[in-house]
Design a protein around this ligand. Structure first.
Ligand code: PLP
Length: 433
């Protein structure tokens, strides 16, 4: 690997500064691991659950135990954690279509949702493609407001939007992670405060309580709790009714080959189960096709793997700021997801960044990433991905649209050591670009 002495010296300096932060990340990982192992024991996870099922998958005890185990780990009433959810977008789609009915209003508290959901909702794409809009579901959104130097949920505008939607308001939607935006990620406590606000406001307006739905992608295990869990001493907080995510991000621990989850209240999770398969069939079918062992292994690894990715993100923030890039969050800021943005400043530098990450990947290190016109995106996008699992972003990956300020979105790292090396390679290329 080509890493100059300048960068290696900066890396040492970074690790010295980051030592107390790394300690607290390790402490969170240890407490989350203890909780996960307690849940494994309570669910009596045993080798016999690895048995693959085929066909309908009736009586697949492994599959059913995994669903129960996931609910316990995330402190939810029910839900599912399955390879039949093909991606985060698919899981979110099943969750939305599982709950929303013609005439309902879906209200987003965090502005427009993640890019891939635009066509699901019907904000983009051809009419008739099968979006929520085609089925008569209306979408409204409240953009985040600029308050006190940062972006936050605009509660007074949310109240207005709830009033406007009136009795048609069925679901309130919140995206935890920044996704491809420049904004802070919401903490679990902020999410629960938002849920409390929505539930209280609905009561004040004499509306039926809307379903509080949280896109939880990239947030899992970065804290000691999740949005659908409500601590006993919680004040002015409420739990999310549904949380949704992808198993090729944090919760799969880098071990799941495919999958997603929907967890939350028993009633809403069951409705989503009907949408995953068919009403009347629900969650009683679904062959595990030999995935149970990987999923369980991933659940075991997830707190640790997420901690590796968190350390990598802090390290990247320090190093890239040291070589003159604008980064967010900064190295000493608290985080509630694994995404690190690095403004590279020019197209050439963004390419150099991605080339550096790619060059230190376990898979396809010999390949040079190039910007391409991805379907659904306005500008060409460059991506670095050298992952064991296709598209996995709990594995170290980086991508960015070719437009000012040429921001790279960096996330993941199965091991801190490998991520640290790749980040140094990228920083070195930036230094010499
Ligand atoms: C990744 C992600 C999604 C979509 O997940 P895919 O697995 O890429 O389909 C949705 N929302 C957020 C915030 C994400 O980070």
């Amino acid at each position: 690997m080509i890493i100059s002495t300048t960068i290696r010296t900066l890396a040492k300096e970074a690790e010295a500064a980051l030592a107390p932060i790394f300690q607290s990340i390790d402490a969170i990982a240890e407490r989350n691991t203890e909780h996960v192992l307690d849940c494994f024991a309570a669910c009596r996870v045993s080798e016999s659950l690895f048995m693959p099922s085929t066909g309908y998958g009736y009586g697949d005890v492994g599959r059913d135990t995994i669903d129960r185990l996931a609910a316990m780990i995330y402190r939810a009433e029910g839900g599912f954690f399955r390879p039949q959810l093909l991606s985060g977008t698919h899981a979110l789609t099943v969750g939305l279509f599982g709950i929303l009915r013609p005439g309902d209003v879906l209200l987003s508290l965090t502005g427009d949702p993640y890019d891939t959901l635009r066509e699901v909702i019907g904000l983009d794409g051809e009419p008739g493609a099968g979006s929520l809009r085609d089925f008569g579901v209306h979408f409204a959104s409240v953009p985040l407001c600029q308050c006190g130097g940062t972006k936050a949920i605009d509660f007074s505008a949310v109240r207005q939007a709830m009033e406007q939607a009136g009795t048609s308001l069925k679901m309130v939607y919140l995206q935890r992670s920044k996704g491809y935006e420049q904004r802070p990620t919401l903490t679990v406590s902020e999410i629960r405060k938002a849920a409390y606000f929505v539930k209280r406001t609905a009561a004040e307006l004499h509306l039926e309580e809307p379903v509080f739905f949280c896109d939880n992608c990239y947030g899992e295990f970065t804290e000691e709790t999740e949005p659908c869990c409500l601590p006993k001493d919680a004040r002015e907080e409420a739990s999310a009714d549904l949380i949704v995510g992808s198993l090729i991000k944090n919760p799969g621990g880098g071990m799941a080959d495919v999958g997603g989850y929907i967890l939350g209240t028993a009633k809403y999770a069951a409705l989503c189960g009907n949408r995953l398969t068919a009403p009347g069939v629900g969650l009683d079918v679904g062959a595990s096709l030999g995935q149970n062992r990987n999923l369980l292994k991933g659940m075991f690894y997830a707190p640790h793997t997420t901690a590796q990715a968190m350390k990598a993100a802090h390290f990247a923030a320090y190093l890239f700021e040291a070589v003159g890039c604008q980064v967010s969050p900064r190295w000493d800021e608290r985080r509630s997801d694994i995404i690190q943005t690095v403004a590279c400043g020019s197209g050439e530098r963004l390419c150099a960044f991605c080339e550096g990450i790619q060059s230190a990947s376990p898979i396809d290190a010999h390949v040079k990433p190039e910007p391409w016109q991805m379907p659904g995106y306005a500008d060409p996008v460059i991506m670095a991905a050298g992952a064991f699992t296709g598209g996995s972003s709990i594995e170290l990956s980086a991508d960015g649209p070719m437009r000012p300020p040429y921001t790279a979105f960096l996330q993941g790292g199965l091991t801190y050591e490998s991520a640290k090396l790749a980040i140094q390679c990228a920083a070195d290329r930036l230094l010499h670009a």
